[in-house]
Structures are given as structure tokens and as C-alpha cells.
Write a new protein. Structure first.
Length: 245
């Protein structure tokens, strides 16, 4: 298929998990793609998987100045952007008493402050029309223990999608959000979840399994393409029914 033929796209955090799966789908659908990441090893692997035509950019998702630099580099390379998937994020799960200010600030910087200032920096190079998809989480809607800071950042992302959808529509920019449930990405390993923990988590999902990165990527492609042209300020909750319990 070629639902994104001729479009220029950015995927932040596009070197693993949902971001990499989405970048691959964008390429398959005909887009010219740029991805960001911070780990040189995963950046190199993404380059190998996505092909020589993909623009690979090392960028700190939490750094406000870096967002301006990123927009400048994308403008020089692509001219304009037709689709943006704001996916870069960090999952830090701790009980309330274990939080300190530094950890709190880091989560907010990566998951909320960085995305906000990225969208701001990209405004001059967004095409008309264009689509922005933010990556939220079902944690914005459920009371999962030890997820307080992560959840509040994702609730902010969901709110941001709604407010920006109204503010940017006059510019021809549609803003929507996908909110995944548990997905088979490296995240669960990074936060120290063992097989028993994954089994317990899966037991909370009515569908009986974790989601696949491609299942989120397919939704992002829909929202980024002309097929999603009537979606404005929408939230796609993709969680196997977990948030319905």
C-alpha cells in the first residue's frame, strides 16, 4: 500500500518498540522518514533496518533547545513535515515514597515538556494539511499502583492532544493521540519486570495477551494518512480491553 506516498514524516523515539514499528510502517506506506533516538547503538540498528533513505537523528527528547535544533535540521532536509508521531518517552515506575525531585523532573521533561516544545518548534515547518499523533497511555485512565508520575505525564499528553487539536486546526494540522495498553516492547524489561510480573499484568487484559507494536503502528498510520482526515482531537485506546475493567 502507499497511504503515505510522498509524505515527509518524523517519529521521535523511533529506534525500538512502538516507534521503530511505526517508522517501518511509514516507510512501507511510501513516506520519507526521519527518526530520533539517544542511544548510538539503537540508532545504528534502526538505520540498518529502515534503510539508507531514512534520516537518523540523535536527539535528547527532554532538552528544549534540542527540539529547536531538530526542527531546523528537519526543515533543511525535508522542507516541510506532513506527519509527526511524538513517541519518545520514559517509563519510571516507583511507589510514591521512592520518588525524588530529580526523577520527577526527568519524567516530566521527557514525556511532557519535551513533546510540548517539540510541537512548538515544528510549527514553521508543518505542511498544510499535516497530522500530529501523540503517544499517550491507558495509564492516564486507570489507577495502576506505582505509576503516579508516568500516569500524570500521559494524562497531560491526552489533554495536550485535545487542546492543540482546537488551536492548530486553522493551520490545517490535525492532532490526535493513541493510548496503548501493555505492549511487547523492551519497556517491561527495562523497568525490571520478570516473567511472573508479565504474567500478572497479562491477567488484567481481557483479550488475554499483550499488544504488538505493529497494532499501535497501524493506528498511527491511519491517523497520519488521509484516511484519518475526520479525526481531530480523538484518542484511540488500544489496550485489549484493559481499561474497561
Amino acid at each position: 500500500m502507499a497511504r503515505l506516498a510522498g509524505k515527509r514524516a518524523l517519529v521521535t523515539g523511533g529506534t525500538s518498540g512502538i516507534g521503530l514499528a511505526t517508522a517501518k510502517r511509514f516507510v512501507e506506506e511510501g513516506a520519507r522518514v526521519a527518526v530520533t533516538g539517544s542511544n548510538p547503538e539503537t540508532l545504528a540498528k534502526a538505520k540498518a533496518e529502515l534503510g539508507a533513505d531514512t534520516l537518523i537523528i540523535r536527539a535528547d527528547a527532554a532538552d528544549v533547545v534540542a527540539q529547536t535544533d531538530l526542527a531546523r535540521e528537519l526543515g533543511a532536509a525535508f522542507g516541510k513535515l506532513d506527519a509527526v508521531f511524538v513517541n519518545a518517552g520514559v517509563g519510571d515506575f516507583r511507589p510514591l515514597e521512592a520518588w525524588d525531585e530529580a526523577g520527577f523532573d526527568r519524567s516530566l521533561a521527557v514525556n511532557l515538556k519535551g513533546p510540548f516544545f517539540l510541537v512548538r518548534a515544528l510549527l514553521p515547518i508543518l505542511a498544510n494539511p499535516a497530522s500530529i499523533v501523540l503517544n499517550g497511555s491507558i495509564n492516564a485512565h486507570i489507577g495502576m499502583p506505582n505509576s503516579s508520575v508516568y500516569s500524570l505525564t500521559k494524562a497531560g499528553i491526552v489533554s495536550l492532544a485535545r487542546t492543540l487539536s482546537g488551536e492548530l486546526l486553522a493551520r490545517g494540522v490535525r492532532v490526535n493521540v493513541v493510548s496503548p495498553g501493555p505492549i511487547t516492547t523492551p519497556l517491561h524489561g527495562k523497568i525490571g519486570m520478570d516473567e511472573a510480573g508479565i504474567k500478572a499484568l497479562t491477567a488484567q487484559i481481557p483479550l488475554g495477551r499483550r499488544g504488538k507494536p505493529d497494532e499501535i503502528a497501524d493506528a498511527v498510520v491511519f491517523l497520519a494518512s488521509d484516511e484519518g482526515g475526520f479525526c481531530v482531537g480523538s484518542e484511540f485506546i488500544i489496550d485489549g480491553g484493559m481499561s474497561t475493567l
